[in-house]
Design a protein around this ligand. Structure first.
Ligand code: GLU
Length: 520
């Protein structure tokens, strides 16, 4: 029996652009798993494909994880990828391009052991093969059959191989997929899987041209060297799993091979097809955690800038493809850590629901204190040129909180709680500002000015309504005039909610200005 190993999982993104929400979910599940097992969550940047490298993407990934509250334990320090090994980060560097010197010997080890071979076919030769196959309605695959008639160390003489290795730089090292072997694999989410190697190709492992490994080799070597115990990643890597199993076997690392869990894809809200990076723009919701400005200057919206709370975002993401098995839907990060299990991750695709994301935000907004929300709202108010106290803002929030999904909604729902109307909606004026109704306002105003009941919304409401009713004036119509005077329009918050917030003096001032502007 192998001795129990300390849990170590990793998130291994390639910095090819902003992190899609599917990627954030993968990172989150890794984080939850690590924390639940008292383990370590590692970040490793897989940047060996220099053609796909996008400047800024690595920083974006780190910032996105930080915003979500799931910063890795290892591989990142002070917001930067760790470039050297240290006590806290013993397996550095954590950027594969800086580990380049590590991989070649592993590729050569496989050649010596007969699990890999040198391939000398140039890009042009392979392109010609592909074109030829295509013209016959077939697809060219570099595999157990075709490799027998291609230029590689399996077909060429030792002398020729030595010569080409020394004189050319376009050769690669390929995995020699064995013939007719059934690879038996286990996935923590999908269960047992078997694949025959005859269906697999001979993947490139290392390239002489840039002296870099491909994803497959670097990924296996690093997971081994970094002592990773579970690999939790997206379903798009499932087809690579047989090769990865074969690589562990070829290296003789089967005893410490990580366990694998492949997460299902996120689907479009319609349930039809994978949620793509472009869907956000097309369907009107963000698919990225943070706003992203591409090197070309193209701007893509993010959950943070759209006003989502990271806790709500994370909670929503956790439930995309997993649930705790009970009725609970609102779980904080520590609660998620406790409740999470890979066994409860669903095998089928998880349909993304932008409305549910909003629902989560609304719930989290309601759970926050008025003071905390006021702190978040003050900068927005300042942008509108309004300087008020935190205390006043908190009071206003207490009356509008239930109507908001985002902090920004406080302003759109009721700007008049912070600024007197400067104009009055024409249509509403025409409809409601009628002499027979507004002629009662001066008396209502006097009543309001003299109000000395309890300072509660209910107290103010019953006093004003009672006064109008006692006088047998048309309640609705008089209230509409009052609302027009207080807010500039005939719809919006309840009169008492407004007065409760702005106070008696301000209410009186607004009634006076309405008369000045709209006339008697
Ligand atoms: N670099 C791969 C990616 O960006 C990582 C896959 C894995 O976790 O093995 O998805």
């Amino acid at each position: 029996m192998t001795e129990a190993r300390k849990t170590r999982v990793r998130f291994a993104p390639s910095p090819t652009g902003p992190l899609h929400i599917g990627g954030v979910r993968t990172a989150l599940y890794n984080y939850l798993y690590a924390k639940q097992h008292g383990g370590t969550f590692v970040l490793r940047i897989e940047d060996t494909d220099s053609n796909r490298f996008v400047p800024g993407a690595e920083q974006y990934i780190i910032e996105a994880l930080r915003w979500c509250g799931i910063t890795p334990d290892e591989g990142v320090e002070n917001g930067k990828v760790v470039e050297e090994a240290s006590e806290k980060h013993p397996y550095g560097p954590y950027r594969q391009s800086q580990r380049r010197s590590i991989y070649r010997k592993y590729a050569e080890q496989l050649i010596e052991a007969g699990y890999a071979y040198y391939a000398f076919d140039t890009a042009e030769e392979l392109a010609a093969k592909r074109a030829e196959a295509e013209s016959q309605g077939q697809t060219f695959i570099y595999n157990q059959v075709s490799r027998k008639s291609l230029r590689n160390s399996l077909t060429l003489s030792g002398e020729e191989v030595a010569k080409l290795l020394g004189e050319t730089t376009s050769w690669t090292i390929r995995f020699k997929m064995p013939e007719n072997v059934v690879v038996k694999m286990d996935d923590l989410i999908r269960g047992h899987i078997e694949v025959n190697t005859d269906t697999l190709d001979d993947k490139v492992l290392w390239k002489r041209a840039d002296e870099l490994p491909t994803y497959h080799l670097a990924n296996i070597v690093d997971d081994h060297l970094m002592k990773i115990t579970e690999v939790i990643r997206g379903e798009e890597w499932l087809p690579s799993l047989p090769l990865h199993y074969m690589l562990y076997k070829a290296f003789g690392w089967e005893d410490t091979m990580p366990r694998f869990a492949h997460l299902s894809l996120l689907l479009k809200p319609s349930g039809q097809g994978k949620l793509s990076k472009r869907d956000g723009d097309k369907l009107g919701f963000p698919v990225f955690p943070l706003r992203w400005v591409s090197p070309e200057g193209e701007v893509t919206r993010g959950y943070r800038e759209d006003g989502y709370f990271p806790e709500a975002f994370i909670n929503m993401l956790a439930f995309l493809g997993w649930n705790p098995g009970d009725e609970r839907e609102i779980l904080s990060l520590p609660e998620l850590v406790e409740a999470f299990s890979l066994e409860r991750v669903i095998k089928s695709g998880a349909r993304f629901n932008p409305e549910k994301a909003k629902w989560y935000n609304k719930e989290y907004l309601r759970m926050k204190s008025d003071e905390e929300l006021a702190g978040l709202y003050l900068p927005i108010l300042r942008e509108h040129g309004i300087e008020v106290t935190l205390e006043y803002t908190a009071k206003a929030i207490s009356v509008i909180k239930d109507r908001a999904t985002f902090v920004e909604d406080f302003w759109t729902a009721a700007p008049y709680l912070f600024t007197a109307p400067s104009e009055y909606a024409e249509k509403d004026v025409a409809k409601f500002w009628k002499k027979e109704n507004h002629e009662h306002l001066p008396e209502v105003k006097a009543h309001i000015a003299g109000y000395c009941g309890p300072w509660t919304v209910a107290g103010i409401a019953s006093s004003i309504e009672g006064f109008i009713k006692d006088n047998e004036w048309p309640l609705g119509k008089v209230m509409n005039c009052l609302r027009l005077a207080l807010t500039g329009a005939a719809s919006g918050l309840g009169i008492a909610e407004i007065i409760y917030t702005i106070g008696l003096d301000e209410a009186v001032r607004r009634i006076d200005s309405a008369f000045k502007t709209l006339g008697e």
